[in-house]
Structure formats: C-alpha cells, structure tokens
Write a protein that binds this ligand. Sequence first.
Ligand code: SF4
Ligand code: SF4
Length: 500
Amino acid sequence: MSVYEGCFPLGLGTARFPVSGPEDDVGLKRSVDLVLRALESGVNYIDTGHSYSAGMASRILKDAFRRTTRPFSVTVKVQYGEDRTADDAVKRVRQHLSAMGLLKAQFFICWSIGSCEDFRHIMAPGGIYEGALRLRDDGIIEHICASLHAPPADMVRIIESGAFEGVTVSYSLLNAVQMRPVLDAAARRGIGVAVMNPLGGGLIAQNRNYFSFACGREDGGNTVHAALRFARAHPAADIVLGGVSSLEELEDSLGVLSAPDPETPQARMERVMAKVSDLKGFCTGCKYCAGCPQGIPTYALMQARNALLFDPAAAYNRQGPEELLYNLQIFRKLYYDDGWTPDSGENPCIGCGKCEAVCTQRLEIIQGVADVYRRAEETGYTEKARRERLRELLYEKGYRRVGLYPNSNFSKKIMDLYQTHFGAAAFEWMLFNSDRTVRGTLEEGLPIHHPDEIPELRPDMMLICSYRYEDDIAEMLRPYERQGLRVERLHRNGEVPWIF
Ligand code: SF4
Ligand code: SF4
C-alpha cells in the first residue's frame, strides 16, 4: 500500500495560481475559489512550497483552508542549498505552516534533489533528513517524501535507498522512455509516486497535433486527455499533479482523472511507448550516446532540444521573441532535469562521431551540441557570463550598501557566487521583500526589509533579482528611483534566468 493510498488521483499543484503579487486582490480571490472548487470535487492532495505563485500560494491556501471543512493533505518543502541543516529544515517547515495557518502537514518533501551528491548531503548527520525525522517525532509531519530532479539512474538509486515513502517526479510523453525505469523502481519498492508535469510543462497542450499519436480510440481525439491518462497509467503513479490557473483547466483535469481510464492502463502504456520511439527527430533520452570523451551530456542536450520541434509558448512572463521562448524551454529542462550549466559557451566537442554512430534515432548530435553551446553563450546561461555580470554590476563600484529585491533563491545565489568569485563583499548586503509577513525575519542571517524602509536604510543600489516579475518590481521601485535610488536588473534582455 503506497503512502498516497486514499489520495484523489488529481493532486492540486499551486505554482500557477492566477495571481501576480500581494496587491492583486482579484487574482487572490480567483485562486482561493480554485482551491475551494478542487476540494469540493474530492481533490485532497495539495502540492505546495513556500515560494510558489510569487510567494502567494501559502496566503491563498490559508484563506481557502479557513473556508472549508473538506479533508485535505498538504506538503511542506525543504530544498538542499536553500537550507542545509536539520535546524534549518525545522525552521523552514514551522514558518511555512504558520504562513498556511496550519499546525501540521501530512507530507514533508525533500525538495528538488538534483543528484546522489545532494542526497548524501540531505542524509548526512545533522542534515535535512534528520530535521524531517525530528518533525515526524514531534507529530508536525506524517510522511517523509522527496521530489527528484536527478538523472534517472540517480533517481533509481535514491528510490532504492528506501529513505522516502513517496516521490514526486516529472513524467510525461516527453520523457517516458527515460523515466520508465524510475517508475518501475518505485513500483517494485511499493513507493508512492506523484507525477508532476504530466503535460510536459505545457508543451503537449500547445502541440496537440504532434502528440496526437497518444490518443487511443476512446480518447475522442483529445491529446491532453490522452496525455493525462498516460501519466496515470503506470501502476506506480498514484497522483497526477495539475497546476491549475483557471476553473476550466481544473474542471477538464477533474473530468479525466475522476473517471476510470476507458482503455486498460497496461494497453495504453504499451501502445503509447511504442509510438514515442517512432517520432521523427525526437530524442527519446535512451542514453545510448552517453560516454562522450569530452564529458558532454549529449543525451541531456539533445532531449532539451526536443523543444525546437514544437511551437514555442509564452513563459516566465515573456511573450517573445521566439528564440528566447525556445531558449527558456531548453535551459529550463537542462537546469531542472540535468543540473547542467556550462562553464562557458566554448563548445568542447572534437567531432569524433562516437555519439552519432550509436544514436537510435539517427540524430545529428554534433550539430545539436554546437547549437546548445551557442545558445548558452547568447543567453548568458554560463558560469562565466554570471561571474562577469556580477563584476559589471557590483565589483569595486564603491557601494556601501547593496539591496537585493526580493529575497529568494536568486538573492542567495548572487551572494554565494559573489563570495566565490570575488571574496567577501566590501559592502553590506540588504534583502527586501514587499510581503509584510516576512518583514524582520532573517534569511542568510540578514533581516528582510520592506521597501518602505528604503528612504531610511538608503542602499546605494537596488538589484532586481527576479526574472518573472522584474517589470512589476521595477515599476514599484520607480518612486524611489526618482528620489535617486540606483536600480539595476540582474538579467539583461534576451537572457534566461539564473534560476528557473
Ligand atoms: S562527437 Fe562530440 S559530442 Fe559526440 S562523442 Fe565526440 S566529442 Fe562528444
Ligand atoms: S542516442 Fe539519440 S535518441 Fe538516444 S539519448 Fe542520445 S541523442 Fe537521444
């Protein structure tokens, strides 16, 4: 019996609520209504994290929980890197629960484990897992689970370690070949699986014709329905997470997942898997090309380039140009699924042809690899580009106080990278956030300030770290800029975010 036994097959994702920030009253209300509708329909697993939906998910859930008597279970998440110790984990969970108005959560998630190396840190004495055990002993959480973004072979090892009762993994038509062994491993161990990205981060819905091969006779030609049923068809898949941003989307997913699959799940899985391998120009992620003498993860780069087969879609508040939208999809996948960021845009391929000789799909891998390095150079997705950006913005500029807006994974990354490349800063870091509930709390040992403290604190420069909301933040800072505050953006036009 899996840890997700009794959970409704559709789980509520909370990262895509239709809300832009704390002042968006209409968006907040619509989001609360979505949660209430989901709960009334029987959804009882809510997947959330403290930074979801521009940091607004907790507030929305708190409001919804106060208005319902329906039963639900909820996640709390701790990510290695953002937090490192057992104490950090306990503190993070307590803060998150308080923000949701809850005393306990059912599922603790070791969030976004990117490799076996991350896993070792999490499991080390005094690490995050120890914090989870402490919380479980105190009755604050019930189950210890993980979300995995590691290479599939690492995911299998982590699952087989038996440390987690359930895992959240990305699984869809796009990565079915490489992820099947992961779900098979979970099934063997009786470990619950919550499937995220069942529609491939939106790619499947946006390219219904291309993926129509997934439809069986009983799917009525609806590719999205076929893809959702496919994600649920594996025997290990207990829950399919739907990140909903509208009532229509929610009702559609509810309609599909609350009814039995009209095809037998086993037949669906075998039928679709056979067709995935026949797609022209599509990298299946089979990894036969692994072992590049230059250490290039060819399979990862080629799989990320699958995005180029489809129409690009708006993402991260960017509507275009087309190249940027493609680059966002390519590097988002490389960032999340493979943890790959090149040192520089210089392509190390020596053209030996070893990879192309074994590719089952006969893909032009050498050309594909060159293309990804070129894109990385052009979009600032390299370690070198980031170091030079920090030098340009901050190094030896004579600043005494530098504000980072908002405090987030971005601000932490900026401080860490600055320390790595240039040593201790000669100026004071300051963190800002417009969410009044975090005012005065500490992050990285620094207090978080509200922007209305800017005139009193007088930072010499304010660096906008967010990618998605940089225009909104720039607008909000405009009055301070008019009063002489220097405002800069971390990301330049055409670049992809430092963190996805
Ligand atoms: S051709 Fe290039 S990418 Fe392929 S194996 Fe050789 S060095 Fe690696
Ligand atoms: S061998 Fe070909 S299809 Fe398989 S992962 Fe490599 S590039 Fe993709």
